[in-house]
Design a binder for this molecule. Structure first.
Ligand code: ZN
Length: 308
């Protein structure tokens, strides 16, 4: 795919329906549009008999199976009648705002209902979810840490089961090579945190954490070793042993959750983690490339989609 023309088209696709349709068609089919029903490439764009312009519904028709379709078929867009320019705008905002974008803002800017805006943003967050979590373990030197989202963690280590707090514990593993994986956890006990590390981090990795007791003993399972910084006694960096990367990832997450969304309930927090992890993992891309990556991730997800 040629990247730059697509990037230039995105702002236009946010305001013009034909431009939005053609952008999504280009991203989906490139220069070889095929029938979504039978796969034939003997297809054509239907035109309005009077004006000679493209059919109002942007229909395609197949010469082989004689069926009609649009670029929405088989994608997340199929379930809604929301104009595709609003989808493009929401993708653009979601993939370019560091702190996130609230459904209320999309509602105002696109002049759509709150329900539609919420629908858009939920599906876009889903598109940003990791594709194949099992195959994406972190490797190399990996910082791990946990935090509470929803306010100041007053009883961080005393209340391992999270009893005295309504804040939600979140675990993060960040590879120094650049990728992050986060998840909502039930509590911050050793059992839970070690299970999260095993699940998200390759066993050949080198683990770095602070001196929280729940991480003690994890080194036995990781031949690359487990190194700690003693935050309890004021030590924050020793050579390359520090947890600054993972802490900065939590700072960005909290600024977004509290600043833009004000708060997020435990039930839905994982969807926001998808979004913030997507931004972190693709931060080397420019805004246009990241928007395209999100749009591409949304393709073909209709059948797999469930509101988790
Ligand atoms: Zn066909």
């Amino acid at each position: 795919m040629s990247k730059s023309p697509v990037v230039i088209e995105i702002p236009l696709a946010c305001s013009d329906e034909l431009a939005a349709v053609e952008l999504l068609e280009q991203l989906r089919w490139g220069d070889n549009p095929g029938c979504v029903h039978c796969g034939s490439v003997d297809v054509y764009k239907m035109v309005d008999a009077k004006t000679g312009e493209r059919n109002k519904r942007f229909l395609w028709r197949c010469h082989d199976c004689h069926r009609q379709y649009t670029v929405r078929i088989g994608t997340v867009y199929e379930e809604s009648r929301i104009p595709l320019r609003h989808w493009c705008y929401a993708f653009w905002r979601a993939a370019t705002s560091k702190k996130g974008v609230a459904a209320l803002e999309i509602m105002r800017q696109c002049q759509i209902s709150y329900k539609s805006a919420l629908f858009l943003m939920n599906r876009i967050r889903f598109a940003m979810a990791p594709d194949n979590p099992e195959a994406e373990k972190l490797s190399g030197t990996v910082e791990v840490d946990e935090t509470y989202v929803g306010g100041k963690p007053r009883y961080r280590h005393q209340y391992g089961l999270g009893r005295a707090t309504r804040k939600t514990p979140v675990f993060a593993a960040v590879g120094r090579k650049g990728r992050i994986r986060r998840r909502v956890i039930a509590d911050v006990t050793g059992k839970t945190l070690k299970a999260a590390i095993r699940e998200l981090v390759d066993s050949q990795s080198r683990i770095i954490s602070d001196d929280f007791s729940s991480y003690m003993g994890i080194g036995k399972e990781f031949p690359g070793g487990h190194h700690t910084v003693a935050h309890g006694t004021g030590e924050y960096v020793r050579g390359d042993i520090h947890t600054n990367t993972v802490e900065s990832s939590f700072a960005i997450l909290k600024r977004g959750i509290m600043g833009i969304y004000h708060n997020v309930s435990r039930q839905y927090l994982h969807r926001y983690l998808w979004r913030f992890d997507f931004m972190w993992n693709l931060r080397g891309m420019n805004d246009g490339e990241r928007t395209v990556a999100a749009i591409r991730a949304a393709e073909g997800r209709r059948l797999r989609y469930k509101v988790a």
